[in-house]
Ligand binder design. Structure first.
Ligand code: GDD
Ligand code: MN
Length: 367
């Protein structure tokens, strides 16, 4: 059992975790060994993992005052977990390390001394500088994906960073708190988010490390996480002028238009009358839109069970009203201007704004 520390922490290590129960105890043992001589604490930010990660952290916290647990309910997301964990700190420095032991905790003291010496505003664990390695990335596909993502991200970055996709870094808490209100906070790439939104740009000091292979549990990176990465870049392009959610919502809307047209064509092909085929197509498009918005746009507030059916009903009802308004506006404009494109576009804009407003306030409203 570790000696209970009474010193206030100088370093808070934020550990985002989802279903990492098997990694919790070994990670704490490694932090303990790596951070000897430093007053540290670790905050595990767990999104209510079904495997009981949070309960295990609390068991350990019961005898080790350096260990804290932040349990979030009804939320998902690596970036937002990191932000909230860092904001729960009162230490001089905050670090972020994955909860699956893929990051090399023995680099933490090096990061701390470089920052303390004033060598940079942020110390970034890098797999792509001399002495680092990405060997632990599962498979050639992940390796290529990682390099492609880095290439993309570098176009947008104010400073040169060889591994902007790293999730392993440290900075002064005061600086983090200044940037926090400007972060997008969605998706997997919190470091990128920080580099994009820090004014003035962060001075980066890169610390090489060898990315290890995962031993226990599995990766949470999937197609939706990649879509969120694209969203972060688009947000950067638009300088944050349009909310990310709206962009996702409009993108989903476009897919809905395609679903509508395809269903309409199928219905007509089967010999249905135009009105009937168009009504069916509208319902299909709304169902497709609802499903995509629930899994993508509002992934962090995904509706399930009874709340899903309630949400679907509300969505269909109000988007149905939106569709009728859209038709009305398009028809009026068409009669006035005689241009199908103008009329159609104006109708579509009104419909997407209306549907978005309803979705944000009624369907996926934060509890
Ligand atoms: N709280 C919370 N909520 N934690 C999460 C969530 C979430 O929704 N999704 C993932 N995590 C935690 C995981 O439990 C793990 O501790 C860490 O975030 C990284 O997730 P992995 O699923 O292991 O991702 P990866 O190995 O593909 O990618 C990681 O390593 C890359 C290379 O350094 C991420 O940290 C990337 O940001 C990083 O670039
Ligand atoms: Mn991992």
């Amino acid at each position: 059992m570790p000696p209970p520390s009474t010193l206030p922490a100088r370093l808070t290590v934020v550990v985002p975790c989802y279903n990492e129960r098997a990694n919790v105890a070994p990670l704490i043992a490694r932090l303990e060994a790596a951070l000897r001589g430093i007053a540290w604490e670790a905050v595990f930010v767990d999104d209510n993992s079904p495997d009981g990660t949070a309960a295990l952290v609390r068991e350990i916290a019961a005898y080790d005052p350096r260990i804290r647990c932040l349990r979030r309910i009804g939320r998902r997301g690596l970036s937002s977990a990191v932000i909230e964990g860092a904001l729960s700190s009162s230490a001089e420095f905050v670090a972020v390390i994955d909860g699956d032991m893929q990051h090399d905790e023995t680099r933490l003291p090096v990061m701390l001394s470089r920052l303390a010496a004033g060598d940079g505003d942020i110390a970034v664990g890098s797999r792509y500088v001399e002495g680092g390695g990405a060997g632990g990335l599962a498979g050639g596909f992940r390796q290529r994906l990682s390099r492609l993502g880095i290439r993309f991200a570098q176009w947008f970055l104010p400073t040169r960073v060889s591994d902007p996709m790293s999730g392993f870094f440290m900075m002064r808490r005061a600086r983090f708190e200044k940037i926090a209100p400007h972060l997008a906070g969605s998706g997997f790439k919190i470091l990128l988010d920080l580099l994009f939104n820090a004014r003035p740009p962060l001075r980066v000091v890169e610390i090489p490390f060898e990315f290890r292979a995962r031993e226990f549990g599995e990766s949470k990176l999937d197609a939706l996480v990649l879509a969120q990465f694209a969203g972060l870049l688009i947000d950067r392009l638009l300088h944050g002028a349009v909310p990310l959610r709206f962009i996702a919502f409009a993108g989903v809307g476009l897919i809905g238009v395609v679903a509508n047209l395809v269903t309409l064509a199928l219905g007509r092909g089967m010999g249905l009358g135009f009105s009937l085929a168009q009504s069916i197509a509208t319902v299909v498009a709304m169902a497709v839109n609802f499903q995509l918005n629930n899994t993508l746009t509002y992934r962090d507030q995904r509706l399930r069970g009874a709340r899903l059916w309630r949400g679907l009903t509300l969505f269909m009802l109000f988007c149905g009203i939106g569709a009728i308004a859209d038709l009305g506006i398009a028809r009026t404009l068409y009669e006035d201007h005689n241009s199908l494109t103008v009329a159609g576009a104006a109708g579509a804009v009104v419909a997407v704004v209306w549907n978005y407003a309803i979705s944000a306030t009624l369907v996926w409203r934060a509890r």
